[in-house]
Design a protein. Structure first.
Length: 290
């Protein structure tokens, strides 16, 4: 029996959250076409051949001087040390520079290099990309292709991960798919709904706090506060006649209901906290960063 923690690492928009959701066969992590969507670590638990893999979805590795982004990067780097193994995700379309940046962090845990989106190119292109990464073969324990859309190579990847995990009793009940607090998952889904229903300029100065969750027999009631930095952004989030906040609520309820299997009620309130994303103490407090 093997059991351990595996950090999923890569640049922003590399598909880390999508990979986690695919391996779980359940959506628990935020997925967005916008950069830096994942701000907090979300854990997903996968059982494979009697072994337990606890995946850690991390913020994307990137360069930034913004307080929020710098703290997110620190969380990602911290996760590289706080695990038993690492998956580094690289798009088949990328060059090797992001992987070289990862190697410059001198990761001490064994890692698997996974090339994603292989369904988008011909086999010859996949082979060519494999050859490019071969010069790093003494650094990774395996180099593997993966297609999130087609869900191919899933079993070989899980088998390879299990090989490098330590022998250990299960950390969590095998029936669980996550040990992340449900409030945090609901928070991420509401934030995803904001990302997908607003323009590019708003989401990065916006966050969500779930104030209360009330579980009833036939419905889950979620009361949450959306925090943004400017009055004009508050107006845009609410929208004319409340239309935008209504769309956000509908989108979030669908995401949450798909996971919980119950009807969902959301009460969303928007407030302004000027400069919150530049206040390191506030960002740490809101995101439970150390």
């Amino acid at each position: 029996m093997r059991s351990g923690f595996v950090s999923i690492v890569g640049r922003t928009n590399a598909g880390k959250s999508s990979l986690l959701n695919t391996l779980l066969n359940e959506k628990i992590a935020i997925v967005s076409h916008k950069q830096n969507a994942t701000r907090r670590k979300i854990n997903g638990i996968v059982m494979h051949d009697g072994n337990q893999i606890i995946f850690i979805d991390t913020p994307g590795l990137h360069k930034s001087e913004k307080v929020l982004n710098k703290l997110m990067i620190n969380e990602a780097i911290k996760s590289i040390g706080d695990c038993d193994a690492i998956i580094f995700l690289a798009s088949i379309h990328d060059d090797t520079s992001d992987y070289e940046t990862f190697l410059s962090l001198n990761p001490q845990k064994p890692h698997i290099l996974v090339l994603t989106k292989v369904d988008e190119v011909k086999n010859e292109a996949v082979l060519a990309k494999f050859l490019q990464y071969q010069k790093f073969q003494d650094r990774f324990v395996a180099l593997m292709p993966f297609s999130i859309k087609q869900k191919t190579y899933q079993k070989p990847l899980l088998e390879q991960i299990c090989k490098i995990l330590p022998e250990h009793e299960y950390f969590f009940d095998p029936e669980f798919i996550t040990n992340t607090n449900e409030k945090e998952i609901f928070r991420e889904f509401i934030l995803e709904a904001i990302y997908e229903n607003l323009s590019d300029e708003i989401p990065y100065s916006t966050d969500v706090l779930v104030d209360k969750v009330v579980e009833k027999t036939d419905i889950t009631e979620i009361y949450a506060t959306i925090i943004t930095e400017r009055e004009i952004h508050k107006s845009m989030i609410i929208g004319k006649g409340g239309e935008t906040i209504k769309r956000i609520g509908i989108h979030a309820r669908k995401l949450i209901a798909n996971l919980s299997g119950k009807k969902v009620f959301t009460k969303l309130v928007v407030i302004v906290k000027k400069g919150w994303s530049k206040d390191e103490n506030m960002v740490k407090k809101m995101n439970n960063y150390q």
